[in-house]
Design a protein around this ligand. Structure first.
Ligand SMILES: [Zn+2]
Length: 399
C-alpha cells in the first residue's frame, strides 16, 4: 500500500510538473550556424562517398545492404520490423569475426525515432562504415569488434524522416505516420497509457530488444546538445537513478572528448553538457526509461545537434567532433561495474542456471550455458519473482 501510495504521489507530482512545464524539444530549434541551411540528398551510393549529404530512402537501404555484402564475416543485416507505411526498420549487427564467443556483451545504437532529428541517422551510417572498414587495420577498432557485439539501427522512424517522399529528408516530421510521438509511446515505470496504443515501430523495437541481451545502448536525438541520462519519468529529487554517478562520468567523458574537436558543442542546455533527464523536463512513456526499468539495460538519450535537421554541409564537422565520443561510448560497456561477481569460466552444472542474487541492491545475474543475464529489481517491492530466462522460470526472492 505504501508502494502504491508512493507511486500515486509520484504520478501526481509528475502529472502536475508536466502540466506546468514546457517541453523544450517541441520548440523551434536553435540554429547551429547563421549560414543558410541546405539539405542536399544523395540519390546514388556514389554520391554518399563524400559524406556531405543525406541519403534518399533507397540509398539508405542500399548502404545497409552493401555493408552486409562487403563485410560478410563481420556483420549481417537484421530487419527489426516495418513502419506503418511499410518502410524497413533495419539494424546492422556487427558481431565480429568470432561468432561462437557468446560471452561478448551486446551494445545497441538506435537513432531518429523523431523523424526530423536526422543528425544521428547520418552519424550512425558513417559509424557503420568506419567500424567495418577499420577492422584489421586499426588496433582500437579491431579490439572493440572482437570484444563487443555492436548493433546499429540508424533510423527507427523512417516514415517521419521521409514524410515528403523517399527522395528527401526536407519536410521530415517528429511523429510516425499515425502522428504519434514514438518517444511518448513506451511503457514506463508507471505502466502503459491505455489511450496511447503501442505503435508498430516500437512494438518491433521491443521485440528486437527482447531477443537480445543489450547491456548498454543509446537513443540518438536532436534539437539540443546534451547527454540526457535516466530517469526521464522522475526528477533526481523524486527518484535518483541508482547509476547516476556513473552516468555523469559517462556523459562528461563523451562531452569532453567532443569538445577537444569543437569547444562550442553541448552548451545549449547545461554548461557541463549532461543532465538528469527529469531535471531538464519530465516526460512520460519514453524509451529510455522503458529500457532501463524493464530490461536492465543502461540506455542514455543523446541529443546531438541543436538543429534537428542539420544543414547537410555541417554533417562532416559533426562527425569530426563526435566520432571519437561515439566509439568511446561503445567501450563503456566493457567498464560497467559488475553488480555481483560472475565467474563465466566455470562450466555450467547439468544445464542448470546459476543465479547470483544481490538482494541488498535488487540486482540478479543469471548465468546459463549460453549467456549471462542481468536483472534489476531495485525499483520493485520486496517479494518473490519468477524471471523468464530462456523460456524457463527462475525464482528470485527480493528481500
Ligand atoms: Zn527527439
Amino acid at each position: 500500500m505504501k508502494q502504491i501510495a508512493t507511486l500515486l504521489f509520484s504520478f501526481l507530482l509528475v502529472f502536475s510538473v508536466q502540466a506546468q512545464k514546457p517541453r523544450p524539444d517541441a520548440f523551434p530549434p536553435v540554429p547551429d550556424t547563421l549560414a543558410p541551411k541546405v539539405v542536399n540528398m544523395a540519390s546514388t551510393l556514389e554520391e554518399m562517398a563524400s559524406w556531405n549529404r543525406y541519403p534518399t530512402y533507397e540509398v539508405y537501404v542500399a548502404m545497409m545492404q552493401r555493408f552486409a555484402a562487403d563485410y560478410p564475416s563481420l556483420c549481417h543485416l537484421d530487419t527489426i520490423g516495418t513502419s506503418v507505411q511499410g518502410r524497413l526498420i533495419l539494424s546492422l549487427a556487427i558481431t565480429g569475426s568470432n561468432p561462437t564467443d557468446n560471452y561478448r556483451p551486446e551494445f545497441l545504437y538506435s537513432s531518429t525515432m523523431h523523424g526530423d532529428e536526422v543528425t544521428g541517422f547520418y552519424l550512425m551510417l558513417r559509424l557503420c562504415d568506419t567500424l567495418l572498414s577499420s577492422y584489421g587495420t586499426s588496433a582500437e577498432i579491431t579490439n572493440l569488434l572482437d570484444r563487443v557485439r555492436i548493433y546499429i539501427n540508424p533510423l527507427s522512424n523512417p516514415d517521419g524522416t521521409y514524410r515528403s517522399g523517399n527522395h528527401t529528408v526536407a519536410g521530415s516530421m517528429r511523429y510516425n505516420a499515425n502522428y504519434v510521438d514514438l518517444n511518448r509511446n513506451y511503457p514506463d515505470p508507471f505502466g502503459t497509457d491505455p489511450l496511447n496504443p503501442l505503435q508498430v515501430e516500437n512494438e518491433a523495437m521491443i521485440q528486437y530488444v527482447q531477443n537480445h541481451h543489450f547491456r548498454l545502448s543509446a537513443n540518438l536525438h536532436g534539437g539540443s546538445e546534451v547527454m540526457n541520462y535516466p530517469w526521464d519519468s522522475f526528477t533526481s529529487f523524486q527518484q535518483l537513478n541508482e547509476h547516476a554517478t556513473w552516468w555523469k562520468e559517462v556523459g562528461k567523458r563523451f562531452v569532453d572528448t567532443c569538445r577537444i574537436y569543437d569547444s562550442q558543442r553541448f552548451r545549449d542546455v547545461t554548461s557541463s553538457g549532461y543532465i538528469n533527464g527529469g531535471d531538464w523536463y519530465v516526460i512520460s512513456n519514453g524509451r529510455q526509461d522503458y529500457f532501463n526499468y524493464y530490461h536492465n539495460m543502461r540506455e542514455i538519450t543523446m541529443e546531438l545537434s541543436s538543429a534537428k535537421t542539420l544543414s547537410s554541409d555541417r554533417l562532416p564537422h559533426y562527425w569530426h567532433c563526435m566520432s571519437h565520443s561515439l566509439i568511446n561510448y561503445i567501450k563503456e560497456i566493457l567498464a560497467i561495474p559488475n553488480d555481483t561477481p560472475v565467474d563465466i569460466t566455470e562450466p555450467a552444472n547439468n544445464n542448470a542456471f546459476r543465479v547470483y542474487p544481490n538482494p541488498t541492491h535488487g540486482h540478479v545475474t543469471v548465468v546459463t550455458p549460453s549467456n549471462v543475464y542481468h536483472y534489476n529489481l531495485s525499483n520493485r517491492p520486496a517479494g518473490i519473482y519468477f524471471l523468464t530466462v530462456e523460456g524457463r522460470p527462475v525464482k528470485v526472492v527480493k528481500l
